[in-house]
Design a protein around this ligand. Structure first.
Ligand SMILES: [Zn+2]
Length: 263
């Protein structure tokens, strides 16, 4: 049985969460482990990004419960805290790397707000080791650029140079892009295609069906404040709003449409 729609989950940093503001883009190791166990108990199973793409293209079937697990930015905490639990579950995952900042820190956060704490990013050796262990890496641009604000030359540079640099590091094709800040427009999409990417991941929420635009793949944003129950509701609903009241409204609508024979 082939699944009709696949959710893509987006996490960022795994590690200490020092404020409510940080919890938007960071999750504690304990809560991350809870999320993964809850997904496994509910019958979900992570698939590789290449299997996801083959499914989109109609080249392969995937079972019910399949999802894609992604991490933006390439924080070292993903290796330290997420990798052990994901290895236990034999679940593959994808990290989108900022190619100029490998082995450095999340400089784009500091640039936007000097008062914010900095966190280390994976270095080349760690990345290659994780690749051996089943993790895939793709591009999050050269410098975590806000792509729609760039001129054409800068845009091409951010996309093509990161694809090439990561290709050399990983010794494989870098096929996928995640837009920094989720920002893109038609010019950015065209530039990503021209740079040789096969698909790009947005931060628009929702499920992916095979007819999804390849450069507008949807992802569900998982927050460090999400309980496991809320995460499962996000997946059920295909949205970032995983409140219980939203799920109840959804079922009431479903029931009403079944009773009146509407589909
Ligand atoms: Zn990012």
């Amino acid at each position: 049985m082939n699944v009709a729609r696949i959710p893509v989950l987006m996490y960022h940093r795994v590690g200490a969460v020092r404020s409510r503001r940080e919890a938007r883009y960071a999750i504690t190791p304990a809560r991350f482990a809870e999320h993964m166990r809850a997904l496994a108990r509910a019958g979900h199973r992570a698939v590789t990004i290449d299997a996801f793409m083959a499914w989109l293209e109609g080249e392969a079937a995937l079972p019910e419960g399949s999802f894609l697990l992604t991490f933006d930015d390439g924080f070292r905490g993903v290796r330290e805290h997420a990798l052990p639990i994901l290895e236990q579950l034999h679940w593959p995952f994808t990290v989108f790397l900022v190619s100029d900042l490998i082995g450095k820190e999340d400089a784009w956060i500091k640039a936007a707000n000097p008062a914010r704490a900095s966190y280390p990013l994976l270095n080349a050796e760690e990345i290659r080791d994780m690749q051996q262990r089943g993790c895939s890496f793709h591009s999050h641009t050269r410098g975590h650029a806000d792509l729609p604000t760039l001129n054409n030359a800068e845009l091409a540079d951010q996309l093509a140079v990161s694809r090439q640099a990561l290709g050399e590091l990983l010794e494989r094709e870098v096929d996928y892009l995640a837009y920094p800040y989720g920002h893109f427009d038609e010019r950015v999409e065209a530039a990503a295609r021209a740079a040789g990417y096969r698909a790009a991941f947005s931060t628009h929420s929702g499920f992916n069906r095979p007819d999804i635009e390849r450069f507008r793949i949807r992802r569900l944003d998982v927050y460090g404040s999400d309980t496991s129950a809320r995460l499962l509701r996000k997946i059920r609903l295909g949205g970032n709003d995983g409140r219980l009241s939203t799920l109840i409204r959804y079922y009431l609508r479903e029931t009403a449409s079944r009773m009146t024979g509407r589909t």
